[in-house]
Design a protein around this ligand. Structure first.
Ligand code: NOJ
Length: 743
């Protein structure tokens, strides 16, 4: 087509497509527009909409693979989406190529890993989950979406809904911990935060539920490794967060790298069609993970890219991320009748429908432009980040040294104390590190520059010459030592599996030296995963898990150690006593030979010879500067019929001298069921703020759904019988009740 007539054609197409697009087109209207557009598309153009590529300066988050000319692909209508484009100007440039230089001018969809913040970085997800504050979590997702949208991004690859019980796996930092119930609440909140009420609102973006499915259970905690579990276990423990995100209306789903029952997820028809689409009713579109179509060759289920593409098409996977198997072999597969054109139409339809829903046909530049100048780093949003960071921090040990009195001279030591980059964790969104406030700066602002002496002491894995001596000298002149220890960003997230979850030796040497001078030591643990902190506990007076706390790390830490904010974070992943206990989680099955009591030495029971079964810190655990007492657990409806809810109340009192927040937790056990059930499962929680001395009655409703599970009859259902429940501070709660569900 000559340029002028092409421009005319594109303009006319826009006029015809956009004049009638209003913010609230019904799905019927949208699909009518999609179908009209698809009538004009060639087979190759339809397949092109199913291809996602990277841009020239994109964030590269996987093996680079084959070189593809992105701009040329866009011009030829062989690309429907780009990922990882970092700048709004580049987004606009690529969009203009699609609009003005491709035959049909169909706008591109830009995706990015906005995992825990875009410009403003919130704590890593495992950290935020420790706040147990669903409203705050939704707010962080909403801010991330707003900032991302202003930078040209209309789609985030989040929330990660993968349950994991293995701290060797680096990606536990991206998830919400080990519990399906809490994970489901968080997944739902994040979808609402990203997508808001209306996708056509230019401040909302598409969410992506990932990694479907069971990616959080790789053998031996090694990333990308095989996953093998029963469907029953999958449905009971791993499915709930994905399902909750889908029920919350998540627009897209990402396939996982792993195989499931011997079939890689990207070509797994049971997962993608039977379960996701037919059973869970997912109506959006599915994207592969990076290169995971072609990786089916490495998995050994496809001999070449063409066979791999066929497997993914057959599983109704709409969009192919990064490898080019769809655009390379799609047409051929259709011509050879290995894949029907109907399948391609089906897949393309959903991608285009999403672009219409986002309003991209209405205004292809509605995301980005210079909106970011006013939308990013808003002061009120920085305050949300500070609040999220301090709510995430978990106090694990404290002999009374915290909160600080304020009059002490502080020696702030360690590799993370003044390190901006190390506050961002894995996945940094579009971070600008210079905007991060370090621990040092936060403490200086709160306590005064003159009251802090800072020494780095060592690097995360390397000694600094004279570092220990300098640190010891600073400590000697101070009243208290705040020592940052732990793991760097590079040990969090993708491709960051570890076989040791201890703090590196060089940092421990620093701790030992500091301990020898007898000053009180507060360890600030920077980590994206549970760690074995036995050594640190022996040498420290207090231990605070700060996670990778994000842009507002400094002020948040100052709030907590000064006592301006009373820590209320609670672990969402068990901290083991030793790595050998892994995988360890509170909601284990009972087994036929459960331990008689925690300290029993009886042989032939399910235990270790030399190590207790109990972790160092259980799920739900975390200290406060005040104390909470529980009493009066009442099962208000001790006998109910199937289909009825059970109502429970419990009193919680702030029995200390400071105001504080407590996460009241409710656990349930189905005593006798048709399949083995966990020792207990979280089925309710409420984060309550209590003034010193204040008492509150907290009520819970346990719904029939909460009591249901995947029964022996292969259905998600309730069974009659007795149930035990516990309410209290963590997963070891002892206040007990019982109720019966009658047939
Ligand atoms: C691979 C990761 O597994 C996934 O989580 C991420 O969204 C994609 N790469 C895109 O960066």
């Amino acid at each position: 087509m000559k340029t002028i007539s092409k421009l005319l054609f594109v303009t006319m197409l826009y006029v015809s497509l956009t004049t009638t697009v209003v913010a609230h087109d019904t799905d019927k209207q949208i699909y009518k527009k999609v179908d009209d557009l698809m009538k004009k598309m060639t087979l190759q153009e339809k397949i092109g909409q199913l291809q996602q590529l990277t841009g020239r300066n994109s964030e590269i988050t996987g093996p680079s693979g084959e070189k593809i000319n992105t701009e040329e692909s866009i011009r030829r209508g062989l690309c429907g989406s780009l990922l990882g484009v970092k700048k709004a100007e580049d987004v606009a440039r690529y969009q203009n190529i699609a609009l003005n230089e491709s035959r049909l001018g169909i706008p591109l969809l830009f995706g990015y890993d906005i995992i825990h913040g875009c410009r403003i970085i919130f704590p890593e997800n495992l950290g935020i989950s420790s706040s147990w504050d669903i409203t705050a979590i939704e707010k962080t997702a909403q801010i991330a979406a707003r900032e991302a949208a202003s930078m040209g991004i209309a789609w985030t690859f989040s929330p990660m809904c993968d349950i994991s019980t293995d701290p060797r796996w680096g990606r536990v930092s991206e998830g919400s911990g080990e519990d399906p119930y809490l994970g489901a609440k968080i997944a739902e909140a994040m979808v609402h935060g990203y997508q808001g009420k209306d996708l056509s609102d230019p401040n909302t973006i598409l969410a992506c539920v990932k990694h479907f499915a069971a990616y959080g259970a790789p053998q031996a905690g090694r990333d990308y490794h095989t996953v093998d579990m029963s469907r029953r276990m999958f449905r009971d423990r791993y499915l709930p967060p994905y399902r909750a995100a889908i029920n919350a209306g998540a627009a897209t789903v990402m396939t996982s790298f792993n195989d499931f029952e011997g079939v890689p997820a990207t070509g797994n028809k049971w997962l993608m069609r039977d379960l996701l689409r037919d059973e869970l009713g997912f109506t959006g579109f599915i994207v592969t993970d990076w290169g995971s179509t072609d990786e089916m060759c490495a998995h050994g289920v496809a001999a070449n890219g063409k066979e791999a593409a066929k497997l993914a098409f057959d599983a109704y996977v709409n969009m192919n991320m990064v490898d080019a198997d769809y655009i390379k072999y799609g047409e051929e597969l259709v011509h050879e009748k290995q894949v029907s054109e109907k399948t391609i139409d089906l897949l393309c339809r959903e991608v285009l429908a999403m672009k219409f829903r986002l309003g991209l046909f209405d205004n292809p530049h509605r995301y980005g432009g210079d909106r970011y100048k006013s939308e990013t780093y808003r002061p009120e949003n920085l305050e949300v980040a500070r609040e999220a960071a301090r709510k995430s921090m978990v106090l694990l040990e404290n002999n009374g040294i915290l909160p600080l009195k304020g009059s002490e001279h502080i020696a702030l030591i360690g590799p993370y104390a003044a390190n901006r980059k190390e506050m961002s964790g894995a996945w940094r969104g579009l971070v600008e590190h210079h905007r991060t406030t370090t621990f040092l700066e936060g403490l200086q602002t709160r306590f005064g520059k003159d009251n802090i002496t800072y020494v780095e002491g060592c690097k995360p894995f390397k000694a600094i010459e004279g570092g220990i001596a300098e640190a010891v000298a600073a400590a000697k002149k101070s009243d208290v030592v705040l020592l940052t220890m732990g793991l760097p960003n590079s040990c969090s997230g993708e491709a960051a599996s570890l076989t040791s979850i201890e703090v590196p030796q060089v940092q421990r040497d620093l701790l030992t030296a500091l301990d020898s001078i007898g000053k009180p030591i507060v360890v600030l643990l920077v980590t994206g995963r549970p760690m074995d902190v036995g050594f640190e506990v022996k040498h420290a007076d207090a231990l605070l898990v700060t996670w990778h706390a994000g842009t507002m790390a400094g002020p948040a830490l100052a709030d907590v150690v000064s006592g301006d904010f009373n820590p209320a974070g609670r672990l969402t992943m068990t901290f083991p006593l030793e790595l050998g206990q892994v995988p360890i989680h509170y909601n284990m099955k009972r087994t036929g030979r459960p331990m008689l009591s925690p300290d029993s030495k009886a042989k032939y029971f399910s235990r270790y010879i030399f190590t207790p079964n109990e972790p160092r810190y259980p799920f739900g655990y975390g200290l406060s500067y005040t104390t909470f007492d529980y009493s009066d657990l009442k099962v208000l409806t001790p006998e109910v019929a199937m289909g009825e809810s059970v109502h429970v109340s419990v009193k919680v009192r702030n029995s200390g001298k400071r105001d504080g927040a407590e996460v009241v937790q409710l656990y349930l056990r189905d005593d006798i069921a048709s399949t083995t059930r966990p020792v207990r499962e979280l089925k309710g929680f409420e984060r309550v703020e209590l003034r010193a001395g204040e008492e509150r009655t907290v009520e819970f409703e346990i719904t029939p759904e909460d009591m249901s599970f995947w029964t022996i009859n292969e259905e998600f259902a309730q069974e009659p019988g007795t149930f035990h429940l516990w309410a209290g501070h963590d997963s070891n709660a002892t206040l007990e009740g019982v109720f019966t569900v009658k047939r």
